[in-house]
Design a protein around this ligand. Sequence first.
Ligand SMILES: [Ca+2]
Ligand SMILES: [Ca+2]
Length: 370
Amino acid sequence: MRRIQFFFITILAATSLSAQEVWPGDVNDNGVVNAVDLLYWGVAFGVEGPARAATNSDWAAQPFPTPWSQSFDNGLNYAYADCNGDGVVNADDFDDAIDDNFGEENPPIGFEGYANASGNAPKLKLTPSQVLVEEGAMVSVSLSIDNSQVALDSFYGMALQLSYTTGLLEGDDGPDFDLEEDSWLESDESYVQELFVDDDGMGTAQLGITRTNQQSITAQSGVIGQFDLIVEDIIVGLEVDTFYLTIDSVFLSNDRIAAIPVIPDTTFIVIAKDTTKLTTNWKEIDLTEQTTMIQAYPNPATDVVFVRSPIPVRQLRLVGSNGNVWQEQSSLTPSLISELSVVGLPAGVYWLQIFTEGGVLHKRIVITGS
Ligand SMILES: [Ca+2]
Ligand SMILES: [Ca+2]
């Protein structure tokens, strides 16, 4: 077995050496054009080297030029960052190759570098402008870095994979993203490039943001940018529905593309046909006041979650980050301690919706998988 693996690796290495070629936009040469390529482009930005015989950013194998004198820390030559082959890494390589060829693939697809943290680490933070809205409302969700517990002193860029609940936004589109102007990201005049691609309202999107002056900076708490969305439909027959926006994976890097693990975030917006009706029948409990009174434990959970509440609980529902319901207990005897089985559920971040006589409360629960 060991011999076969060794043989296989040798073949792969030989293949990649003999077939050295540039696929415009795939800056890290891993077989796909996505937000991670923006990070590499940002690190090589402004550098000049040997041009290819002809300038071309079409999605096809382009001949490799004379190797450049610079390489990324993983050994990859900077020639890959000159997507169009004109001998300089600049905005044209972003516009004509990374942006235009986004999503193109040349399998097999290799390592990406996403590094989510848990525990003691800086956190990404999603903050909605409103938590409870009516249909048709415009809502923004701001993106920032919470470095209040653990500092982050070498930010250069980041690539995020996101998912969101489908069927609740206007035109069935996904959210838009706008970079905050004059934010801490560009406080030293570094040009910042952003790339946001929504998968046509299918529930996933990618966001890339990078600096371009080869200098990492200390992350601050100010807003980096915001997702804008217009909520439209809620499912016929429902009085209330919930939109979730989740960062599934994050690759936050320094100016040498070394990943700095950070904790991703997820958030929700409750959409109601009539929020005045909601306040009488489905009153949203004031999160700050009630969070300490209603407890869900243990968190992280492995096989069962207990809920202790001073108000009788009628229903428990466990919702995944995409809004799909994984587990439900709807015929609970109103009680002060309730329980919900989570046996066999995939590990991940969930929302526990706790329906009480006084309203509905959402608690973030981590399930470790059993
Ligand atoms: Ca790539
Ligand atoms: Ca170029």
